[in-house]
Design a protein around this ligand. Structure first.
Ligand code: 2BA
Length: 108
């Protein structure tokens, strides 16, 4: 068994959840935020049998689109706890995906 940790943009979440649920993939969604842009994203934990790993990865790849980030979103820290926005252009995603081996899996 594998654990997929998929960091996705919130805009892709609805479709991705629908498509994964339709194919009976079980998942947990965590609200998260990126360390760079510090805007919200979603982290999905998806436990899959080895033989269904590629099918699941394909759905994630198909549903998660890359986008240009708003150039005003990045802030730099300044003294006295204030933040100063400055322009930046980055391409976010599709999805950032980690695949981990699962040692044991229980559902009590
Ligand atoms: P963020 O950390 O907010 O990063 C958003 C986008 O900013 C990144 O898109 C990338 O295009 C750019 N970026 C990130 N760090 C950068 C840096 N040091 N210098 C220049 N540009 C930088 P993605 O690579 O698609 O990442 C989207 C989100 O996935 C990230 O949001 C973060 O939440 C997560 N992520 C990406 N790589 C990760 C990693 N190695 N470990 C954990 N989380 C990761």
């Amino acid at each position: 068994m594998k654990l997929i940790v998929a960091i996705v943009q919130d805009q892709d979440l609805y479709l991705l959840r629908e498509d994964l649920a339709k194919k009976d993939f079980r998942m947990t969604k965590l609200s998260s935020s990126g360390g760079f842009l510090k805007i919200g994203n979603s982290t999905l934990l998806i436990g899959v049998e080895d033989e269904r790993l590629d099918e699941c990865l394909q759905i994630i790849e198909e549903d998660c689109k890359s986008r240009q980030a708003d150039s005003s979103l990045l802030n730099i820290s300044a003294p006295v706890d204030s933040y100063i926005p400055y322009p930046v252009e980055v391409t976010i995603g599709g999805a950032t995906v980690f695949v981990l081996d699962v040692d044991k899996y229980f559902r009590f």
